[in-house]
Design a protein around this ligand. Structure first.
Ligand code: ATP
Length: 943
């Protein structure tokens, strides 16, 4: 492609941007580095270029999804049954032995119809699930900071257009291809594109040769790559499919739809059921032949019985119910602000034993207000609310004039200049764009009469060493104003220097790099006593739960090179300015959430980069830790070996001043102790810990794209209470899955045993045709099972300890229950079968069929609760089940009494007495299930 110079009103993106100078690129795309595009230009270009989206070319085609449905072993067995049944009908047709009125190939057609229907349903569900996941993905679609109409703003990455000026910072996933305009320490990981794991250092002021390879185009950033350090300003040159990533769109990483452990276990179960039923079939045929003394005439009956058993054993409705339940679970979780990115998280969330949470923003509100400022000679209280730059400084109760305290001025300058946030007055309120900590100190500067916007023009930033959670501080280098003496009435902190560097960050670390302090207009050498005093003041504020930042500056004559080791070489010999303490109140709802965690046997653990005393104060206020609780700092942790850490993790509930790599060690240690860990994170360096955790949780609001990409779940509101809510949903989903599995499989066992009993009892003929069995498995089992998936949580769902995620789905008595209820079920129907065969002969099969169906209705009602009796459960708390039971019963009666359905399903109309007998036998299953609950209750009370 060549640069567009034609008459087309909108520029055409070209591909060789690395060969263009910054100015040429800007003019090519008719953009401006300072003002960006206007809103109107952006809208026009969006029309022209389309949304900045990748077309999903990767993944399976619709055909392969459809074909996959038929490779399921249980469906293959059904197809086998259909074929054998067809062959039998064909033989009967040839022999003329078909009974009058019997439609040939009915079972074959019905089974094949069910197979096709099941396949189509499975296909539709998968397509729908993919669409739903895509919709969820767009919910999590990243925001991008751009300059439009001269203003910085966050826009949806989908609306980026060529010509936009995009701002990058650490943790951002680059949303479009672009030519760098300026950068500071910018390092980008391009592994998604080039496979190169190491981050590439980018440089704006270069023009490269045409044949420079992709990985060496260091003046360009590419969509899908990740900023690991620094910042940059980028002219967007390509969006959507017109990007390098677009060209290799199969690299697209989206929301993953991998099978859940449960789905995998269900596939295994399918294999077991199929092989089990084949063995059973062999036993019935061989046993039957031996019993009849090798009489081949009974073979046809034996084959028919076997076919029915094979159909009966397959829980045809189960896969659909599981998919629907998981999908409903993700929807309920989104409603509670938890966005599931990886489906297995839905069912495993309920097993979480330890929640490791960040403090700032997750446990606290992340709405910072500065309350105290301490300079080397004075402590000031700061009044005012929210981010409004309005309020006064007080000493004691007395308001003071800021300009009477010369130490305050450089401190407030540092607040405004060593800052990347933007304070805006919008919709009647002061709001911040960027980090709330930084927002709070812009507001503080404003209260002291210093406005950030004009100041940044006066003191242009010429260099910076960005903030990272590892360094816990940041520095900026600004040029002194060309016209001096403009700063209030005071002298400048230093004179005759061309540059000034401001540093802010963790007070201990900043202080460590200071050798003097600001006192009035002068500087003095820091003594050990002063250091102790400063740290004492820091501890006092932190102990009250405040977040404290330390400030310092340094004058420079020449601009230092800011290489990788800038932190070591440049941030030295600083002049201490003071401390700023801000309140970040705990979230009120978290206290209740922590209490619920404890009730549910889940241990909350705070892992923060903040000071140990701040962490302790907040943890106490929230009930995460008590007075005697042990706090482990990053420094202490650093000295511990991994086995030593493993010895401690069970006792420590607060980790303070930790770095992201410590988080990884903590998760590993907890996992080694057998814990199932959920871990929150927001920064780019949190990604390894999020991946390692059993449930990695990213922050929806403050989280970086990189952390979201690594997570299983995103908190749309960044709130700890949401994790607890999602855990409750997870437990409910798992409970419901177990509930309908025991309902469905119990019934299958009952059916198989009943069918197997018929030839043994010498009844002659199969009590249930394959068609009737399919009806039961799909409709009379399927509908109530779906309704059971909607069951609200049991009252004790968050009052019991978590279950191991590694436990079998049949654990805690579920397997035994299924077999027990299957046998009880079979005994009832076999008893009924014996009576019906003897006394109501032409109708005995219909009676067995009806009893099996109606008994399941009673069972569905009884399994609603594991330990509460049905009369203790609100019947209307799951109206779906009432509907399902009513509709299924009505359908069953229709099958028995509507002539056309009678013909098709091979039923006979029952008399009232016959129906009454069926009802009587049916209730026995319900009575049994309820008696079991009573017995367990009695047994427990006794113990
Ligand atoms: P949490 O880990 O609970 O979110 P945190 O916000 O304190 O807590 P980090 O963001 O890793 O964790 O910050 C670590 C420390 O770095 C802070 O306690 C503070 O001292 C310092 N810090 C935080 N933000 C900035 C910033 N924008 N500029 C300079 N220093 C900062």
């Amino acid at each position: 492609m060549t640069p567009s110079t034609n008459s087309h009103s909108l520029p055409q993106p070209l591909s060789a941007w690395h060969t263009e100078s910054i100015e040429k690129s800007l003019s090519e795309l008719d953009s401006n580095a300072q003002t960006g595009l206007s809103e109107q230009q952006a809208a026009e270009r969006l029309q022209h270029y389309g949304l900045n989206e990748l077309e999903e070319t990767g993944g399976r085609s619709s055909w392969s999804i459809l074909l996959d449905q038929f490779t399921n072993i249980m469906l293959l067995m059904l197809i086998g049954v259909a074929i054998i049944s067809g062959v039998l009908d064909l033989l009967a047709l040839q022999k003329g032995s078909l009974s009058a009125g019997e439609v040939p190939f009915k079972d074959t057609i019905a089974i094949l119809a069910i197979v096709i229907l099941n396949g189509i349903l499975g296909y539709l569900q998968e397509i729908r699930a993919e669409k739903a996941l895509a919709a969820l993905k767009s919910l999590a679609s990243p925001k991008v900071r751009v300059i439009r109409g001269s203003k910085p703003m966050d826009v949806d990455s989908k609306t980026l257009v060529p010509g936009d000026i995009m701002l990058l910072e650490a943790g951002v996933q680059v949303s479009a291809d672009g030519r760098l305009i300026e950068e500071s320490n910018l390092q980008v990981r391009e592994s998604a594109l080039t496979g190169e794991a190491h981050a590439v250092t980018k440089q704006a002021n270069l023009v490269l040769a045409e044949d420079t390879s992709l990985g060496d185009r260091i003046n360009i950033v590419y969509q899908g790559t990740e900023v690991v350090q620094g910042r940059g300003t980028v002219l967007v040159t390509g969006t959507g499919m017109k990007t390098e990533l677009g060209r290799i769109a199969e690299l697209l990483q989206g929301v993953e739809s991998e099978p859940t452990p449960l789905q995998r276990r269900m596939t295994q179960l399918g294999n077991v059921l199929v092989s089990g039923s084949l063995i059973l079939v062999a036993i019935v045929i061989v046993g039957g032949l031996i019993r009849s003394g090798g009489n081949l005439n009974v073979l046809q009956e034996l084959v028919e019985v076997s076919l029915s058993m094979a159909v009966a054993v397959v829980p045809e409705g189960l896969p659909a119910v599981i998919t629907v339940t998981l999908a409903l679970g993700t929807q309920r979780m989104v409603r509670r602000h938890a966005l599931i990115r990886k489906l297995p998280a839905v069912e495993t969330l309920g097993s979480v034993t330890t929640i490791c949470s960040d403090k700032t923003g997750t446990l606290t509100q992340n709405k910072m207000v500065v309350q105290w400022v301490t300079t080397p000679s004075q402590t000031f209280q700061v009044m005012g609310e929210g981010y409004a730059p309005i309020g006064e400084f007080q000493i004691g109760e007395t308001p003071i004039a800021v300009d009477e305290y010369p130490e305050l001025e450089p401190l407030l300058l540092a607040c405004a200049l060593c800052n990347d946030a933007i304070l805006q007055y919008e919709k009647g309120d002061w709001q911040i764009l960027g980090d709330p900590t930084e927002g709070a100190i812009i507001a503080l500067a404003g209260k002291g009469g210093i406005d950030k916007e004009p100041l940044t023009l006066k003191f242009p930033r010429v260099g910076e060493i960005p903030f990272s959670s590892d360094r816990k501080r940041m520095s900026v280098i600004c040029q002194w104003p060309v016209v001096s003496g403009e700063l209030a009435n005071n002298e400048q902190p230093t004179t005759n220097h061309r540059y000034i560097m401001f540093t802010k960050g963790s007070p201990e670390l900043v202080l460590e790099h200071c050798h003097s302090f600001q006192h009035g207009n002068k500087t003095g050498v820091l003594t050990d006593e002063q250091r102790t005093e400063i740290l004492h003041n820091n501890n006092r504020m932190a102990g009250a739960g405040l977040r404290v930042l330390g400030f310092a500056y340094k004058s420079l004559n020449t601009l230092p090179t800011l290489g990788i080791d800038a932190s070591e070489t440049v941030e030295q010999e600083l002049v201490w300015l003071g401390l700023v303490g801000m309140l970040d109140a705990p979230r009120p709802e978290v206290m209740e959430a922590v209490r619920r965690c404890r009730d549910a046997g889940i241990r909350p653990v705070m892992i923060t980069g903040d000071h140990q005393l701040t962490a302790k104060a907040i943890a106490h206020a929230l009930g995460i830790a008590d007075q005697g609780s042990r706090v482990l700092t990053g420094q202490e942790l650093q000295r511990l070996s991994q086995p030593e850490l493993e010895q401690l993790v069970d006792e420590v509930s607060i980790y303070a001043r930790v770095s992201p790599e410590h988080k990884l060690r903590i998760v590993q240690a907890l996992q080694k102790r057998g814990k199932f860990v959920a871990m929150t994170g927001d920064g780019v360096n949190d990604a390894p810990a999020l991946k390692q955790a059993d449930i990695g949780i990213a922050m929806g609001i403050t989280g970086t794209d990189v952390s979201k990409e690594a997570s299983d779940m995103v908190l749309l509101d960044d709130n700890f209470a949401t994790i607890v809510a999602a855990t409750e949903e997870g437990r409910t989903v798992y409970d419901n899955i177990r509930r309908f599995i025991r309902y469905i499989l119990g019934s299958n066992i009952g059916e198989v045993l009943t069918i197997a009993a018929a030839p043994i009892m010498g009844l002659g003929g199969v009590p249930l045709s394959p068609l009737q069995i399919l009806w039961m498995n799909l409709v009379t089992d399927g509908l109530p099972a779906l309704a059971l998936a909607m069951e609200p949580p049991e009252p004790d769902v968050m009052k019991r300890p978590p279950f191991s995620p590694r436990e079998s789905i049949f654990a805690r008595g579920l397997g035994a229950y299924m077999v027990r209820i299957g046998i009880v079920f079979a005994i009832c129907t076999i008893a009924l079968m014996a009576i019906a065969y003897q006394y109501f002969n032409p109708h005995w099969k219909t009676m067995v069929f009806t009893t099996l169906c109606i008994a399941q209705m009673g069972h569905a009602i009884a399994v609603r609760s594991n330990n509460r009796l049905t009369i203790e459960v609100n019947p209307f708390s799951n109206p779906y089940l009432l509907w399902a039971v009513a509709v299924t019963t009505a359908l069953q009666l229709a099958l028995v009494y509507v002539p056309f359905l009678q013909d098709f399903f091979g039923t006979k109309p029952l008399t009232l007495i016959e129906l009454g007998i069926c009802l009587l036998f049916s209730t026995s299953l319900f009575i049994w299930a309820e008696s079991e609950k009573l017995f367990i209750r009695w047994y427990r009370n006794r113990g």
